[in-house]
Write a protein that binds this ligand. Structure first.
Ligand SMILES: [Zn+2]
Length: 484
């Protein structure tokens, strides 16, 4: 079996974070009753005129700038003509000849190193509506919901630079984080705010010429894109191994049967009969406006992650978790500004705070423990007032009641037991009750130590100082013949 090099390019559509649609004042809010957010403009009635949403345009300029694109100061919208039941105008307003940004790049982490992916084109366009096929109800009709029609989208097209399914996955995940951090899209895939289309071809290793592209359409989750890519790699490898060629075409991914099926032969750009949108004037972007938009670009996830690692000493794993959500990263930074041990702050957030948020379905902005409260708890842990185990319960109580760590520790009598005489007696008891663990620890099996620490922790409801217990175990072990 011949091995082939996999060549993948990805096209992304993200719904821009605007309150209204691209050419009318209809709301873009998700979940409204079908066709309730429509007007003559987005229904494609004759005689209406589109008016461009300035915020949507700025979002695309911001995206193109953050992707290091060349920005065209004079861009224009084009008509892409095609007929589809969820596109009442019979054309889509998009950009073809003069996209807002071209020739950029995006750095992402994949397999432990940084990979640069070329960005060919970043442009603005409107979304179509949504067809609903209630086949499972036995209905013979399909329905259309035009609430999405005219929703502003940014389209980002990569070069054929991804070389494996893993790289495609890394791209989709880092792009999502990037767009959320940039504030241009909420990227909620379950609401259709972020969609991917992939093109994939195979070629023998060492061959420069690209093989025929197969495009995969209509996949609405990262997992399905990856499933579809794996299917195509299998299918194309089989064709090539049999000496057949792969036809250039568009395929659909059938999730249920985990297979790809041809949809249509690929249309070419000329089939769309692109022409300049006559109802909109060209868009002029002044240098001042460009710089004003550039100034709104925040620190982006990869740079932030690298800073957390280099300046604050976090591991790649921990920093990666924190930057996944810019609000979490901001909370971490606010806490780290109040408490010098960034690693301890990160541990408490990645382990306990994220668990609390998940269990209570809260966002960090609505989290009742503010950075001051968390830093206070950390200081009490440092001072030995509470053990790590107890701190966890204190935090839960802080979230549930909104009270500070101090009053909770006092009221519940959670202060750590650091009384050596009390603990020494308990340790001795644990050793007498478990001579097997004692001899194992003596023999160098440090894991057996847990069998001695456990009973002391249970006897004190987790309030014993673990450092002190360990010191006492060592001390008692070192005593010649401790009465076994
Ligand atoms: Zn409308």
């Amino acid at each position: 079996m011949t091995d082939y090099e996999v060549v993948i390019g990805l096209e992304l559509h993200a719904q821009l974070a605007t309150r209204t649609k691209l050419f009318c004042g209809c709301s873009t809010a998700f979940g409204a009753p079908p066709n309730s957010q429509t007007c003559p403009v987005c229904l494609g009635m004759p005689g209406v005129l589109p008016m461009l949403n300035r915020a949507a345009f700025d979002h695309v300029v911001r995206t193109a700038l953050a992707l290091h694109c060349r920005i065209d100061p004079e861009t224009a919208m084009d008509r892409k003509n095609y007929y589809y039941p969820d596109l009442p105008k019979n054309y889509q307003i998009s950009q073809n000849a003069r996209p807002i940004g071209v020739d950029g790049w995006f750095d992402m982490e994949s397999g432990g190193s940084i990979k640069r992916v070329r960005i060919l084109n970043v442009h603005l366009e409107e979304d179509a509506g949504k067809l609903i096929h209630p086949e499972d109800t036995g209905a013979a009709t399909s329905r259309v919901d035009l609430n999405r029609a005219g929703t502003p989208l940014v389209e980002i097209v990569t070069g054929p630079d991804l070389r494996s399914v893993e790289e495609a996955k890394a791209y989709m995940e880092s792009m999502r984080q990037f767009l959320v951090a940039l504030g241009v899209s909420d990227c909620k895939m379950q609401e259709g705010s972020l969609r991917f289309e992939a093109s994939i071809s195979l070629r023998p290793f060492g061959q420069e010429k690209l093989g025929p592209r197969v495009e995969i359409k209509n996949v609405n989750s990262v997992r399905f894109v990856l499933g579809a890519l794996e299917c195509e790699i299998r299918r194309q490898t089989e064709l090539l191994n049999r000496g057949e060629s792969v036809p250039q075409q568009t395929v659909l991914y059938d999730v249920r049967h985990d297979e790809t099926r041809p949809m249509r032969s690929k249309e070419h750009a000329e089939d769309y009969r692109y022409f300049p949108e006559p109802d909109l004037v060209p868009l002029h972007l002044s240098p001042e406006r460009l710089e004003a938009i550039r100034a709104t670009i925040p620190e982006l996830p990869l740079a932030r992650k690298q800073r957390f690692m280099q300046c604050l000493g976090l591991s790649s794993y921990d920093a990666g978790i924190l930057v996944e959500d810019p609000a979490i990263a901001g909370y971490f930074e606010a806490c780290a500004a109040l408490h010098a041990d960034a690693k301890a702050v990160s541990n408490l957030i990645t382990n306990e705070v994220l668990r609390e948020l998940k269990e209570r379905r809260l966002t960090i902005d609505a989290f009742p423990v503010r950075p001051e409260g968390l830093a206070d708890l950390l200081r009490r842990m440092d001072a030995g007032e509470v053990s790590k185990t107890v701190a966890r319960d204190v935090l839960t109580e802080m979230v549930a009641t909104g009270r500070g760590a101090g009053p909770i520790i006092e009221a519940k009598g959670l202060r750590q037991i650091g009384d050596e005489a009390v603990l020494r007696a308990l340790v001795l008891q644990a050793m007498q009750q478990n001579p097997k663990a004692v001899s194992e620890v003596r023999a160098g099996k440090s894991k057996a130590r847990g069998a001695l620490v456990g009973p002391v922790m249970r006897a004190t409801q987790g309030k014993a100082d673990p450092g002190l217990i360990n010191r006492l175990i060592q001390e008692l072990l070192n005593r010649p013949s401790s009465g076994e």
